[in-house]
Design a protein around this ligand. Structure first.
Ligand SMILES: C[S@@+](CC[C@H](N)C(=O)[O-])C[C@H]1O[C@@H](n2cnc3c(N)ncnc32)[C@H](O)[C@@H]1O
Length: 241
């Protein structure tokens, strides 16, 4: 029997390096295993901000327990697609403790966003521009100012209506949002898709390796731009998905 530790706000984790069962009952409530050692009381997209912070703190604190190869692949893919599109300004949504880009030789303006204050502080410590972005936050930039929004391992968490409004507001008409989606159920994906379409995004998705319905989502307010960006993504994906 694995020993679970309560990290706070109904998030549990396995105390040692053993792999626990897929589901665990605690006081009559079912917890789902996430990333092999964390147990969640609800799907990732239903977690509160405080729970999301705890999950990502555990992910960072116990990073030696995490298998990073898929994460490295997805991050590389997002960067290669983005680099080919040569944007002048980029937002990284949900930067966590591992920004997609470092502060040296950046070819574009780069703003890192996260709902976790420690992630924002860590990005600033690397010399990057970073802002706290959660729930009702407003972004500091004017309308249409950003060419690209990149989201590595973020879109399975909750995004508030205000956050989506703000991202849609600052993205230029030919801009794009690219991120991977996994873990979400079909219903939850349909809800995320609808919330993007409600904000006038056109969306394409492509299957990615890794199971759990892993997908690359590409969204743009402009259908013609989306077609061009998707061509770049398809060429990068090649036959390797
Ligand atoms: C799994 S981590 C991924 C971190 C990094 N992008 C990577 O690939 O390693 C998810 C990050 O997204 C942040 N996050 C989740 N939901 C968010 C939201 N709605 N707004 C801003 N940041 C969010 C979390 O705080 C966390 O730092």
């Amino acid at each position: 029997m694995v020993k679970l530790v309560h990290a706070g706000d109904s998030i549990y984790f396995v105390a040692d390096a053993s792999l626990g069962p897929k589901r665990y009952e605690i006081d009559g409530r079912t917890y789902e295993r996430f990333m092999d050692f964390i147990y969640l009381p609800a799907p990732t997209e239903e977690l509160t901000v405080a729970q999301t912070v705890i999950v990502n703190t555990l992910r960072h604190r116990y990073r030696r327990r995490v298998e990073w190869s898929l994460n490295t692949y997805v991050r590389g893919l997002l960067c290669r697609i983005n680099d080919q599109l040569a944007p002048a300004s980029v937002i990284e949504l949900g930067v966590g403790f591992n920004p997609l880009y470092n502060s040296f030789a950046l070819q574009f303006e780069y703003l890192c966003l996260d709902l976790d204050e420690l992630a924002v502080t860590a990005a600033r410590g690397r010399g990057l521009r970073a802002d706290l972005f959660r729930d009702e936050s407003k972004l500091s930039m004017p309308d249409n100012a950003v060419d690209a929004i990149l989201a590595a391992y973020v879109l399975h968490f909750a995004l508030s209506a205000n956050q989506l409004d703000e991202l849609a507001r600052v993205l230029s008409p030919e801009g794009y949002l690219i991120g991977n989606v996994y873990r979400r159920s079909a219903v939850s994906r349909a809800a995320l898709l609808a919330s993007l379409q409600d904000r006038d995004f056109f969306v394409q998705s492509r299957r990615l390796r890794g199971g759990e319905g892993h997908e690359l989502w590409i969204a743009s307010p402009d259908a013609r731009s989306l077609a061009g960006i998707t061509r770049v993504a398809d060429a990068e994906l090649g036959g390797a998905t």
